[in-house]
Design a protein around this ligand. Sequence first.
Ligand SMILES: [Zn+2]
Length: 154
Amino acid sequence: MKYINFLFLSLLFLTACKSQTNEINYEVIKTDNEWREQLDQMSYLVLRKAYTERPYTGKYDNFYEKGTYHCAGCNEPLYKSNNKYNSFCGWPSFDKEINDKLVYDVDYKLGYPRTEIKCKKCGGHLGHVFSDGPKETTGIRHCVNSAALIFKKS
Ligand SMILES: [Zn+2]
């Protein structure tokens, strides 16, 4: 059932956001070399090559200070600590992004569609969205790589 819900969610995002993603002109545009120079290796691989860090290894997986999580590529604020929760999945999890900061896409890397989330300002890959989030809030889980984020204390 979860899988069906997830498929439905993916299709919803696919139809709602596919054309939007194709038309996006990112505000921050850099060459591959510029990104490579600016970012540490893991952040580069995640943000620019859509890698996934190994579960339970990211610096923000078990981290619950009050503040804001910014894009490690362009410094745009993406998530508030109020929306972070422990999903025990091994990656930082949020039930909601800051309004209008993400774009959604679909990837088939694992052989089935997953909803990919990217920073709207620089196009950096952040992680994926799933429909198994906390039922008492949004029901959505943003599964985000720590290496894609920079935490700033409030
Ligand atoms: Zn960004």
